[in-house]
Ligand binder design. Structure first.
Ligand code: ZN
Length: 228
């Protein structure tokens, strides 16, 4: 996480980039309840970094490099995120944009879900490194003066999935991966234990959806925590 001032006026921008996610194939029981205390959030100046859950978040998807049937899976993952946070997301259609470090100004919607590749390949994203990393999610949080103080909120979020790795994943792992990276895009950090979907490694033994600790974090980031 780096803090940098992008304007001489009363405005600070905080960039938080999260979500290196290697895949580890594993076998075993897949129904895990999780631990309600196993979650991690970012704060800045004692403020929890989150979207204003009382606004609508518009999102687009760049699926040019994704398998043909991927849109319903992404929409389902966003719908789950909406249900667990209380944040309203509206899909505005396809986009042609691969997230890049430093590229938030070019991002075509508040939230983007894209499929790209590691540098040196077509549709490259410099968030991806190839190897075992299959996705990256993060956000931009902006501070603005409200009522005499700076209030921080997430104003841009992104997910970029490695298009070369995604087709080799099971449907279950694809869904876990999308939900994991979307969790980063709304402010969740990694969990400590593999019983949570926000554990930094995902595989066939991962929970099929957000587990107890993930859900605690999503409530603290969402509508139950109040408007900003
Ligand atoms: Zn992650």
């Amino acid at each position: 996480m780096t803090l940098r001032s992008l304007s001489r006026r009363a405005r600070l921008v905080l960039v938080a980039l999260l979500g290196v996610l290697p895949v580890l194939a594993a076998c075993g029981p897949s129904v895990v309840a999780g631990n309600p205390t196993d979650y991690s959030l970012n704060t800045h100046e004692a403020q929890r970094l989150r979207w204003n859950p009382c606004t609508t978040v518009h999102w687009r998807a760049d699926l040019r490099n994704a398998p043909a049937n991927t849109l319903p899976l992404v929409q389902g993952a966003v719908a789950t995120l909406s249900a667990k946070t209380g944040i309203r997301f509206v899909y505005d259609g396809p986009a042609s944009y691969i997230p890049q470090r430093g590229g938030f100004a070019q991002q075509p919607s508040s939230l983007i879900v894209s499929f790209g590749r590691a540098p040196g390949r077509p549709s490259a994203s410099n968030y991806l490194s190839g190897g075992t990393m299959v996705g990256y999610g993060g956000y931009l949080a902006t501070g603005a003066y409200k009522g005499g103080r700076v209030v921080y909120s997430i104003t841009k979020g992104f997910v970029v999935i490695d298009a070369n790795r995604f087709p080799g994943l099971s449907t279950r792992t694809r869904n876990a991966l999308l939900q994991h990276e979307l969790g980063h895009a709304v402010g969740l950090n990694h969990a400590k234990y593999s019983s949570e979907l926000m554990y930094p490694v995902v595989g066939n033994a991962s929970p099929s959806s957000y587990a107890a600790g993930d859900l605690t974090g999503l409530r603290l980031l969402g509508r139950p925590a109040g408007c900003l």
